[in-house]
Design a protein around this ligand. Structure first.
Ligand SMILES: Nc1ncnc2c1ncn2[C@@H]1O[C@H](COP(=O)(O)OP(=O)(O)OP(=O)(O)O)[C@@H](O)[C@H]1O
Length: 596
């Protein structure tokens, strides 16, 4: 009888099947166990990384606490010695506390800061000392020019088969913004990509495209005006926006595309970074800022420290009564001046604490009520940070970062300018502490990104055309800075100098001078470093990623070595600090470092 296939499975086959099933279950379990152990291993690595980060943070905190305690001890000893002097019947300073940083014997020789009594006859400069604006200062473009530009722009869009309509135009001091409405289904990126072609059609040297204009359903195409005359500072200072401003420390920045005067409140800002290529208008902008301050504040209300390694930029201000030290031109002295400022800041914290107030405004309000001497606020301006960073990068960076992190409450503000916006000058630490940025024309998109974290500054027109990034808003404003010439500045400084000469009360200390110069480029930067740092840098610059586990994998090294390489690269400012769970920023790019 032929064997017929039975629908039932024989008992031995059943056994096989169950063993196959059991094997499958077993394999499944093994696979999931493998996955589990992989996960556990990964978790262990993360945990280890986390613990080391916590440890790093604790060490940093301990270091900062030590520094603070040292400063407080130092203060206490100064106060004790001042008290001893007084009880001996020797010199008792007029001011409540000696200026920190001045040696006790030398303090007697240093002049006391201005008081309101010294200022009884002081007159603030008159606006007549500035050049008067022309009647047509705010007529930026003729109707005929505007119609012609609009037609050319529409033709350009049509010739690239972009369905978009030039809706209207806002004429600003240097550029006109054409608002373009894209047709249905047109991608804004296709319009943004046309910047060079539009520049060619419009015979413009550069065109900036905002696609879209934030908060609007238009694309903004900014085209330079054919003719433009400089704006006067006097025109801006006579504007109601300036006269009625409620800003505590107002600075006149310029006029935006819509013709509004834009004022930055340094009390809120509280530190500003200015960058742009040579000749783009940084120094003129700084002059506008300094003049804004001296038009508002008397020397007993505002103290200035000016650092100018280029030597010629601030020479014109040398007799200004608001200066508390002659203009600093030597980079080594600049380092000493910055350290003095750090001590002054700590000193101010002390005197604020004595009066139980939290900031300068509170202190001065109490001073007015209780009749003690108010404190002036202080502004430090550095024109050409790059020259200082070449001399003593670590010391300059540390002082600047320290001041920027802590000085707002005590009324100390800083303005830094550079024509070299590279990562070695505007380091991650400096950038993180300077949220207010002003970008003038730069030569490349990379430079633009270093300053304002995006492109745009490479398309500016120069001569005071700038992008302003106010703190916390994250939206750039295109402004034209007013122009002020040397003759105007000389007239103002001369007028003030004839009333009161400056009182230099800053004493620089020899021990604050920087050590032997260090370089942050190339081979010298690697002295004493882990020999693998070059490979590590190559890996992070090529891939734009920096994490301990990534280095471990790419370089096939252990966790500890990878973690210490990361630490080293952070200290040398090649990568940013770890902030939460975000990836670290990589500040160097391929080609930034030259190795033999
Ligand atoms: N706001 C402005 N309006 C009109 N022209 C300006 C303005 N700002 C600057 N300029 C013109 O540009 C020239 C250079 O400006 P400025 O000296 O401020 O440049 P800079 O960026 O400081 O250059 P550097 O870094 O070389 O010192 C000025 O002499 C002036 O002719």
């Amino acid at each position: 009888m032929p064997a017929t296939s039975s629908p039932f499975v024989d008992p031995p086959d059943l056994a096989d099947a169950s063993s196959v099933a059991a094997n499958a279950v077993h394999e499944g379990e093994t696979a999931s166990q493998d996955l589990l152990s992989e996960d556990e291993a990964r978790l262990a690595v993360w945990r280890e990384e986390m613990e080391s980060r916590i440890e790093e943070r604790a060490t940093a905190q301990a270091r900062h606490r030590d520094q603070l305690e040292d400063a407080l001890d130092h203060l206490q000893s100064l106060r004790d010695s001042a008290r001893e002097d007084t009880s001996d019947g020797t010199t008792a300073p007029d001011v409540a506390l000696p200026v920190l940083g001045a040696k006790t014997e030398a303090a007697a020789e240093l002049p006391a800061p201005f008081t309101s009594e010294d200022m009884v006859d002081y007159q603030k400069p008159s606006l007549d000392l500035l050049r008067a604006p022309a009647d047509d200062e705010h007529e930026f473009s003729s109707a005929a020019d505007l119609a012609e530009s609009k037609r050319l722009l529409q033709d350009a869009l049509d010739s690239f088969a972009i369905d978009a309509f030039v809706h209207d135009a806002i004429v600003g001091p240097r550029v006109t913004q054409f608002r373009v409405r894209p047709g249905f289904g047109v991608r804004v990126e296709s319009i943004a990509a046309l910047d060079k072609n539009i520049a060619l059609t419009m015979s413009a040297n550069a065109v900036r495209i905002q696609a879209p204009i934030p908060g609007e359903n238009y694309v903004g195409i900014e085209i330079p005006n054919r003719n433009s005359a400089p704006l006067t500072l006097r025109g801006s200072l006579e504007n109601p926006a300036w006269i009625n401003t409620t800003a505590e420390i107002p600075l006149m920045l310029g006029v935006d595309i819509a013709g509004r005067h834009i004022i930055c409140d340094l009390a809120r800002a509280p530190h500003a970074l200015i960058a742009g290529a040579t000749g783009s208008g940084k120094s003129v902008c700084i002059s506008n800022l300094i003049l804004s301050l001296i038009y508002r504040f008397r020397p007993d209300e505002l103290e200035l420290v000016l650092i100018d390694p280029k030597i010629v930029e601030f020479a014109i201000y040398r007799d200004l009564p608001h200066l508390i030290h002659p203009v600093v031109t030597d980079p080594k002295q600049a380092c000493q001046a910055l350290k003095w400022l750090v001590r002054e800041m700590e000193h101010r914290y002390e005197i604020l604490a004595e009066k139980n107030v939290r900031n300068l405004a509170g202190y001065n309000a109490k001073a007015a009520k209780e009749g003690f001497k108010p404190l002036p606020f202080m502004v430090l301006v550095i024109d050409e940070l790059a020259d200082l960073m070449i001399t003593a990068p670590a010391e300059i960076e540390t002082s600047i970062a320290r001041i920027a992190q802590m000085s707002r409450a005590v009324g100390i503000h800083t303005v830094l300018a550079t024509q070299r916006p590279s990562v070695n000058v505007i380091t991650g630490v400096i950038k993180a502490n300077y949220p207010t940025r002003m970008a003038f024309q730069v030569s490349s998109q990379v430079d633009s990104r270093t300053i304002i974290d995006g492109k745009g500054a490479e398309s500016l027109q120069g001569r005071g055309d700038m992008l302003y990034s106010p703190p916390g808003i994250g939206r750039l404003q295109r402004l034209q800075a007013p122009f002020v010439d040397d003759a105007e500045i000389e007239r103002i400084v001369g007028f003030l100098k004839d009333q009161v000469p400056p009182r230099y009360r800053v004493e620089l200390r020899d021990e604050d001078a920087p050590g032997p110069s260090e370089s942050i480029d190339g081979e010298t930067a690697m002295v004493g470093a882990d020999p693998m740092i070059k490979e590590a840098l190559e890996v992070i610059t090529t891939h734009g990623r920096a994490s301990t586990s990534y280095l471990q994998r790419r370089l096939k090294i252990g966790y500890n070595r990878a973690a210490s390489l990361m630490e080293e690269m952070e200290q040398r400012r090649y990568i940013g600090p770890q902030v939460g769970s975000n990836p670290r920023e990589v500040y160097v790019q391929p080609g930034d470092l030259q190795f033999d």
